[in-house]
Ligand binder design. Structure first.
Ligand code: KG4
Ligand code: ZN
Length: 338
C-alpha cells in the first residue's frame, strides 16, 4: 500500500510517498522564503499562487526520483485544514483531480494530526496514551492522545502561538524570515543574565499559555535599546529561555496531572534544539520518555500527511468527490481509528 501525500496548508509545498512496507520513499519540499521574505511574513494570496505553480511539478519529481509508477499509488492524502483557505484549496483541488484521473481514493488529513503523529515516521513504538506538545506557527497546544484520532485538549494558548511570538520578536530584532530559526541561531551568542523577561502563566493551575504579554514586553524593551549585535543576541537568548521555561513547566504539569509517562514534541518550533534538550532533561527527572522527529520533519512536510493518510486509508477505503477543506479543523473533531 502506497500513499502520495500533498501538504499545502501554509507556505511550504510538501510532497511525499509513504509505503507501508518500505516506509518513506521520498519527501520533497519547496519553501516560499523568497516569495515572502521582503514582506517579513506570509502573504496568503502569494502563498496560494506559489502552491499553484509548484505542486504538480513537485509531484512529477517525486514520482520520477522515487522510481514509483503512478499505477503503484494506492491513495492520495491531502491537508484539508487547519491552514490558509487559498493554500488548502490548491492542494485539495490538485489531489482530487489526480484521484479522479488515476481512479484511486482520496483522504483529507488534519495538518495537526500530521504533526502529532510525525515522530512515528522514525519511531514506530510510541505507545498510547501520551501527552503531545504541539508548537507551530498557528498553534500552541497540550493534547492527551488516547489513540489515533482520539485527542483531548488539555490546554492551549489563550492568545498568540509560540511560533508567532518567535517570528514577531525576530522581526523586531531585524532578523530574516522565517524568524524562529534565525532567532534561535542568534540566541547562541547571547549572554545569560543580562536581561530578565517575565514567564506569563507559569503559576496558573491550568495548562493554558499566554505569549502576547511577553511579546509586548520584548517589543517595548527593543524600542529602548541600541540594536547592536550583542544586545540583539542577549535579547534573543532571554526570549528563547523564557519561552522554553514556560513550555517545560507546562509539560511537566501535564505529565503530573495525567500521570502519563510519555511526551511527544511536534510542530515547527519543536525543531528548536534548546527546547528539545530542556524537555529531555525534564523528562529524565520525571522518569518519562520523550519523542520527537528530526528537524526537517518537525516543520511542515508531505511525509506526515502521507503517513497519516496511510493509517486512515487502511481503515476506510472509500472516498468522495466532494472537495473538503476546513481552515479551522479541530483535532477534537476527528474520528478515531478503532
Ligand atoms: O509547523 P510549522 O512548520 O508551520 C505551521 O503549521 O505553522 O511551524 C512554523 C513555525 C514558525 O513560527 C517558525 O518560526 C517556527 O515554527 N520554527 C522555529 C524553529 N524552526 C521553525 N521556532 C524556533 N526555533 C526553531 N528552530
Ligand atoms: Zn505545521
Amino acid at each position: 500500500m502506497r500513499v502520495l501525500g500533498i501538504e499545502t496548508s501554509c507556505d511550504d509545498t510538501g510532497i511525499a510517498i509513504y509505503d507501508d512496507r518500505l516506509g518513506l520513499m521520498i519527501n520533497l519540499l519547496c519553501n516560499q522564503f523568497n516569495v515572502h521574505s521582503k514582506y517579513g511574513g506570509i502573504v496568503p494570496e502569494l502563498a496560494a499562487r506559489s502552491h499553484m505553480n509548484k505542486t504538480v511539478p513537485l509531484i512529477e519529481r517525486a514520482l520520477m526520483q522515487s522510481g514509483c509508477d503512478v499505477k503503484s499509488i494506492s491513495a492520495i492524502a491531502y491537508t484539508a485544514g487547519p491552514g490558509l483557505i487559498g493554500s488548502l484549496l490548491i492542494g485539495a483541488s490538485i489531489g482530487h483531480a489526480l484521484s479522479f484521473s488515476w481512479n484511486i481514493p482520496i483522504i483529507p488529513i488534519n495538518h495537526m494530526e500530521g504533526h502529532l503523529l510525525s515522530p512515528m515516521l522514525e519511531e514506530k513504538k510510541i505507545e498510547f496514551p501520551f501527552i503531545a506538545l504541539l508548537v507551530s506557527g498557528g498553534h500552541t497546544q497540550l493534547i492527551q492522545a488516547c489513540k489515533i484520532g482520539s485527542y483531548n485538549l488539555l490546554g492551549e494558548s489563550l492568545d498568540d502561538s509560540v511560533g508567532d511570538a518567535f517570528d514577531k520578536t525576530a522581526k523586531l530584532l531585524g532578523l530574516s524570515y522565517p524568524g524562529g530559526p534565525s532567532l534561535s541561531k542568534m540566541a547562541k551568542y547571547g549572554t545569560p543574565g543580562r536581561f530578565k523577561f517575565p514567564r506569563p502563566m507559569i503559576k496558573s493551575l491550568d495548562l493554558n499559555f499566554s505569549f502576547s504579554g511577553l511579546k509586548t514586553y520584548v517589543s517595548n524593551l527593543i524600542s529602548k535599546q541600541k540594536k547592536d549585535f550583542q544586545t540583539c543576541a542577549d535579547i534573543a537568548y532571554e526570549f528563547e529561555s523564557a519561552v522554553i521555561d514556560i513550555l517545560v513547566i507546562k509539560c511537566k504539569k501535564a505529565l503530573k496531572t495525567t500521570g502519563l509517562k510519555r511526551i511527544v514534541l511536534a510542530g515547527g518550533v519543536s525543531a528548536n534544539d534548546s527546547l528539545r534538550e530542556k524537555i529531555k532533561q525534564m523528562a529524565i527527572r520525571c522518569k518519562s520518555q520523550v519523542f520527537y522527529v528530526k528537524p526537517e520533519l518537525c516543520t511542515d512536510n508531505g511525509a506526515m500527511i502521507a503517513y497519516v493518510g496511510m493509517l486512515r486509508f487502511k481503515e476506510r477505503k472509500s472516498s468522495t468527490l466532494n472537495i473538503f477543506v476546513n481552515p479551522n479543523w479541530l483535532l477534537s473533531d476527528l474520528k478515531s481509528i478503532k
